[in-house]
Write a protein that binds this ligand. Structure first.
Ligand code: HEM
Length: 188
C-alpha cells in the first residue's frame, strides 16, 4: 500500500514537472515566433493580414508586445518556490509586469479582434477571448489586493490558460494542417 502511494506520488510529481517544462517550452517558442513583429518589417507579418497590420501597426504591436510579456513571465509565477519569502518580491514585480502585459495584450487584442481574418466567427471569438482575458486578470489582481491567496491563484490559473490560447490556436492550426484539414498556414 505504502509502495503504491509512493509510486503514484512520484508519478504525480514527474507529470507536474513534465507538464511545466512542456508548457514553458511552448510559451518560449511562441515568444520567439511573435518577436519577429518587433522588427517592424511588413515582409514578416502574417501574409493574409499584412495590409491590416500596416494600417494598424500600433494596435497589433501593442497586442503582440503585451502578449509576449505575459506568455513568457507566466510559467515562472507558478513555480512553488516563487512565493517563498526569498522570492516574494520578485514574484510581486513579475506579477505586476505580467498584468501590464495582459492589459496591453488584451486591449490591443480586443481592438484587433474587429479586424481579424476569418470573418464574424473569428472576430467574435477573439473579442470574447480578449474580454475574458482582461476580466480574469482583473479578478486575480483584486483577490491578491484583498490578500485572498487561494482565489488569486485560481484566477491566475484561468488567466494563464487564456494567455496560452495563443499557443493552442497555433498548435491546432498546425495539427489540422498536417492531417489535411488546413484552415490557414501553420505559422499563424
Ligand atoms: C489570449 C488572448 C489573445 C487574444 C484575444 C488575441 C487576439 C489576437 C487578434 C485579434 C489578432 C489579429 C488576428 C488577425 O489579424 O486575424 C492577433 C494576432 C496576433 N497575436 Fe494574439 N491574441 C491572444 C494571445 C496571444 C498571445 C499569448 C500571443 C503571443 C505572444 C499572441 C501573438 C499574436 C501575434 C504574433 C499576432 C499576429 C498574427 C501572427 O503573425 O500570428 N497573441 N491576436
Amino acid at each position: 500500500m505504502l509502495k503504491i502511494r509512493m509510486f503514484s506520488s512520484l508519478n504525480g510529481n514527474f507529470l507536474k514537472k513534465a507538464g511545466w517544462v512542456t508548457m514553458t517550452l511552448l510559451a518560449l517558442l511562441l515568444f520567439l515566433i511573435a518577436s519577429r513583429y518587433l522588427a517592424l518589417n511588413p515582409k514578416l507579418y502574417f501574409e493574409e493580414q499584412k495590409a491590416v497590420y500596416i494600417a494598424h501597426t500600433s494596435g497589433i504591436l501593442m497586442h503582440v508586445m503585451g502578449a509576449m510579456l505575459a506568455i513568457i513571465i507566466g510559467p515562472f509565477q507558478f513555480l512553488p518556490g516563487s512565493i517563498t519569502r526569498r522570492y516574494l518580491t520578485l514574484h510581486r514585480w513579475l506579477g505586476k509586469s505580467y498584468m501590464v502585459g495582459v492589459l496591453f495584450g488584451g486591449l490591443g487584442g480586443l481592438y484587433m479582434a474587429f479586424l481579424a481574418y476569418g470573418g464574424l466567427p473569428a472576430q467574435a471569438g477573439f473579442a470574447l477571448l480578449a474580454v475574458l482575458w482582461l476580466f480574469s486578470g482583473y479578478m486575480a489582481y483584486q483577490h491578491i489586493r484583498n490578500r485572498e491567496v487561494l482565489l488569486h491563484r485560481q484566477w491566475m490559473v484561468r488567466n494563464y490558460a487564456l494567455t496560452f490560447a495563443g499557443v493552442m490556436l497555433r498548435l491546432w492550426l498546425a495539427i489540422l494542417h498536417y492531417v489535411g484539414l488546413s484552415l490557414l498556414q501553420p505559422i499563424f
